[in-house]
Design a protein around this ligand. Structure first.
Ligand code: PLP
Length: 452
């Protein structure tokens, strides 16, 4: 960094020479944004341009940038004890596990890893092993939804229901099946949202039965599909999914990697529904992405099956060198305190409602087919025509994103799903955003959409 100084041209050249980016290919003519610093909801690039981060990075910087308290928490912990493996224990991990239990509001035991993908991998292994150890030897299959994203490692990618992310990496892990998500905007004509959601939940029960009840280990889902297009279920959907899982001895894994830590307007996304998942996975907002950390929370009675097992292979034989790093845990604790002290959960709810109200006015615009929000996550689905609901071409979506960026606003779009369905613009600013930040998002997006 030092050697590049303020020479942005050189930085671009070296970036192209040495760095392999996530997902997007860049070139010297089309370089990535190179960030230099950030504060609150705003990022400054190496040329000194400022952008409002309407996506909180990758849906993760929940408390906003530039929090000195978080740096201090990590710094102090690095001096006191920078590392100790969780094959044994340390105080920050114990304190954070207790805090997470409190946040979850139920009796869970916590296993730490580094990323959302790893938290889900741990959940899959726990679910299979648990089923075996209670005598359900054939239960190895997982049911997930199309359009949902659960991570990039081979198991988590297998659970992911976005075809374009999988091309050239298949065959993936076996035993992962998919059903359609409750995309109420595209429900059949003549059906109510509630009826459609019940039908979607029923497709999970049908799959469990057709696959053989005794072969299904768990269902995994986000409370709301976020990156896959902000697909918000009706209240009845998750209630019914939980009922089905319980009826058939199938575990319910809730992926709270994005929805957790206030993003949904409640502490966890599933708190918006009447469900008590068996396993909850979390990452991103746990540290507001200041350091890597993820967690797999497991219902106490499931954990007991591993703890009290007399079989030599009965414990969870999964090791993770960096998971639960003391500095990450100390920082996460401070992060949760900030969310509590500044009432950011409630703020997410308030700001999300404000964005939703303003964006709902855009339904009159010829391209806006639907506006969906869940806490401080909003999706704006763009279509060519409102009756046929044909998704707009990707070039239109990219054009709007680029135009917003030229006006200082970073927004996102849903991840690769299947060809043609990359048509949902996404908004997920930091929970700590000021009223002015939110006004800037609303005004900028409206002016871009209206050709201003
Ligand atoms: N689950 C969900 C819902 C996600 O959105 C993501 C990442 O975007 C993951 C899991 C994977 O997390 P990570 O990128 O930290 O591995």
């Amino acid at each position: 960094m030092q050697s590049l100084g303020n020479d942005s041209e050189l930085a671009v050249k070296k970036d192209q020479k040495y760095l392999w980016h996530n997902i997007t290919p860049y070139s010297e003519k089309n370089p990535p944004m190179i960030a230099a610093s950030a504060s609150g909801s705003w990022i400054t690039d190496i040329q000194g341009n400022r952008f409002l981060d309407g996506m909180s990075g990758l849906w993760c910087v929940n408390v906003g940038y530039g929090r000195k308290e978080l740096a201090e928490a990590a710094y102090n912990q690095l001096l006191a004890l920078p590392y100790f493996p969780l094959t044994q224990s340390h105080l920050p991990a114990i304190a954070l596990a207790e805090k997470l239990n409190e946040w979850l509001g139920d009796d869970y035991v916590i296993f730490f890893s580094n990323s959302g993908s790893e938290a889900n991998e741990a959940a899959f292994k726990m679910a299979r092993q648990y089923q075996q150890q209670i005598g359900q030897h054939y239960r190895h299959k997982f049911i997930a939804r199309y359009r949902g994203y659960h991570g990039s490692s081979l198991g988590a990618l297998s659970a992911t229901g976005q075809a374009q992310r999988k091309y050239k990496y298949e065959p993936l892990a076996g035993g992962f099946l998919h059903v359609a998500p409750p995309d109420s905007y595209r429900r059949p004509a003549g059906m109510t949202v509630e009826e459609f959601n019940l039908q979607c939940a029923q497709s999970i029960e049908d799959m469990i039965i057709w696959e053989g009840v005794e072969t299904v280990a768990a269902v995994i889902m986000e409370p709301v599909i976020t990156g896959g297009g902000v697909i918000v279920p009706h209240q009845v959907y998750l209630d019914r999914v939980q009922e089905i899982c319980r009826k058939h001895g199938v575990l319910l894994i809730m992926d709270e990697v994005i929805c957790g830590f206030g993003r949904s307007g409640r502490k966890f996304g599933h708190h918006n529904f009447n469900v008590k998942p068996d396993i909850v996975t979390m990452a991103k907002g746990l540290t507001s992405a200041y350091l890597p950390l993820s967690a797999t929370a497991v219902r106490k009675d499931i954990y007991e099956v591993f703890k009290d097992n007399s079989d030599d292979y009965g414990h969870f034989r999964h090791v993770n060198t960096f998971g639960g790093n003391p500095a990450s845990c100390a920082l996460a604790l401070r992060n949760l305190e900030i969310i509590e002290q500044e009432k950011l959960v409630e703020r997410a709810d308030l700001l999300g409602k404000r964005i939703n109200t303003e964006f709902t006015e855009l339904l009159d615009h010829k391209l806006v087919g639907d506006v969906r929000s869940f806490g401080l996550v909003t999706g704006v689905e763009l279509v060519e025509d409102k009756v046929g609901k044909k998704p707009v071409d990707l070039s239109i979506v990219k054009g709007i994103i680029a135009e917003c960026k030229s006006k200082g606003l970073i927004i996102g779009k849903n991840g690769d799903t299947v060809a043609g369905f990359n048509n949902v613009l996404t908004f997920a600013p930091p929970l700590s955003s000021t009223d002015e930040d939110i006004e800037f998002i609303i005004d900028t997006f409206k002016s871009v959409l209206n050709g201003g």
